[in-house]
Design a protein around this ligand. Structure first.
Ligand SMILES: [Mg+2]
Length: 101
């Protein structure tokens, strides 16, 4: 019996050709988070937990988009949420590093 392999779409790194577009989405997400939760203070492990939760949602959105007709908009939204939290971690750690040096 011959099986047909499903071709999975391939994506090529755009080398930040749309950097200003995605950073604008990150800023929009930052403002949405502040509106929803206010300015937050957490341990790094808690920040990591929230980022990991968003990463799980990104994994689900990619699976839904690839196999069940989910939307590309949901993938973008979840990726931006991961990016926003990741950048906040980098910013907080960078500030903490600069204070200690
Ligand atoms: Mg999410």
């Amino acid at each position: 019996m011959k099986t047909r392999k499903r071709r999975i779409k391939q994506y090529t790194d755009k080398r930040f050709a749309y950097f200003s577009d995605v950073t604008e989405l990150v800023l929009d997400e930052h403002h949405a988070q502040i509106s929803k939760w206010g300015i937050q203070t957490h341990s790094m492990f808690e920040w990591l937990a929230y980022t990991t939760e968003e990463l799980g949602e990104l994994a689900k959105a990619i699976s839904e988009q690839e196999y069940r007709g989910g939307s590309k908009e949901d993938v973008i939204k979840e990726a931006i949420q991961v990016a926003t939290l990741s950048l906040k971690i980098a910013e907080m750690m960078r500030e903490s590093h600069n204070e200690n040096s």
